[in-house]
Write a protein of this length. Structure first.
Length: 349
């Protein structure tokens, strides 16, 4: 009995080793291809927008550029693939992209059942609601005017609410209003652009999405000042990069590039002062920048991968200021841990 059992166990171990070896291939595929394949939002100001010059810009775009800098020492070695909410997950599962950073909320189902690994949360968001500032709702006969921080959600009774179908926003909306005993009529859309166009045309009373998206889309409305985002959140939405299961090396790379952007801000290292900092004798900085030790090579990257990232893209604060501050978005929970926020990087050691 013992010998067959040992043979079976050996076969299982061999199978696992072979499967793991086959899975550890994303970095090599990227290097052989010569560029990254990255999934982005088709167009969300602040996060991912393709300009008239054909170049993509935004918060998520700069994360990908940082990843390309870490791998190739060239932030432009990226092919951006825009996906709607429905198509983003099949694209990642099928291997059509190497990594997805597209306003995607980290949930247990997506983590466990979809076969994904979520990297560090790079943006802490929450689902909000936007309404016309001057709209007097004729709901439940109340005709009440919503204020920025409503004391009661009863004003929403019977409201038509625009929401993106088959997303966490749709489910959050249903659960939130059911828990408050409020009836509403969902007006569902498959495409974000269509949803905000319908809202701007008055086809629904309210539009709901992540606050970051509401702020971004508000700038594209006919008269942005005629709309207000309510000061009440329906959910918490941690957003960050996503990769497939069973490639630990690739998962480590997308994590530590993200952590490196955060740590660089904490160390106050930017593209502007990088050359000066490279002369430092401080052990913690020398280790972080790859001047001492082999942290980068343990990931399969060059030892100075964070020097490349900072030189080409900057740090987390630089990226936030470049793309999100113009939307009047405060750092809030997206500040560093030592500045009242939630951003925290594990030790580079």
């Amino acid at each position: 009995m013992q010998k067959p059992f040992m043979c079976m166990l050996l076969a299982v171990v061999v199978c696992l080793i072979a499967t793991t070896a086959a899975a550890q291939k994303t970095l090599k595929a990227v290097q052989d291809r010569g560029h990254l394949l990255c999934g982005v939002n088709p167009g969300l100001p602040g996060f991912a927008v393709k300009g008239t010059d054909g170049k993509w810009r935004g918060f998520d775009v700069d994360y990908y550029r940082a990843l390309a800098a870490a791998i190739f020492n060239d932030p432009d070695r990226v092919e951006f693939k825009p996906f709607g909410a429905k198509d983003r997950f099949p694209a990642l599962q099928s291997g059509g992209i190497d990594v997805l950073s597209r306003n995607t909320t980290w949930t247990l189902t997506r983590d466990a059942l979809y076969g994904f690994h979520f990297g560090p949360t790079l943006f802490y968001d929450g689902q909000g609601m936007m309404v016309p500032t001057e709209l007097g709702f004729k709901l439940g006969g109340a005709g009440a005017r919503l204020v920025q921080k409503p004391k009661s959600f009863s004003h929403f009774n019977g409201a038509k609410i625009c929401v993106l179908a088959r997303t966490t926003s749709d489910r959050n909306l249903e659960e939130f209003f059911r828990s408050h005993g409020i009836r509403y009529t969902p007006v569902r859309f498959k495409v974000t652009k269509d949803m905000f166009k319908a809202y701007d045309q008055g086809k629904c009373d309210v539009v709901t999405s992540d606050v970051s998206q509401l702020l971004a889309q508000k700038t594209a409305l006919k008269t942005p000042s005629d709309h207000v985002i309510l000061g009440a959140l329906l959910s918490k939405e941690p957003l960050g990069p996503v990769v497939r299961h069973r490639d630990d090396q690739w998962y480590d790379i997308i994590k530590w590039v993200a952590f490196g952007l955060i740590q660089a801000e904490e160390y106050a290292i930017s593209a502007e002062n990088l050359d000066t900092v490279l002369t430092t004798q401080a052990p913690v900085l020398r280790r972080f920048l790859g001047l001492d030790g082999e942290l980068g090579t343990s990931l399969g990257l060059h030892r100075d991968f964070m020097v490349r990232v900072i030189r080409h893209v900057g740090n987390y604060g630089d990226i936030f200021a470049r793309h999100l501050s113009p939307l009047d978005l405060e750092r809030g929970p997206n500040a560093l841990w030592n500045a009242g926020g939630l951003l925290f990087a594990p030790p580079f050691r």
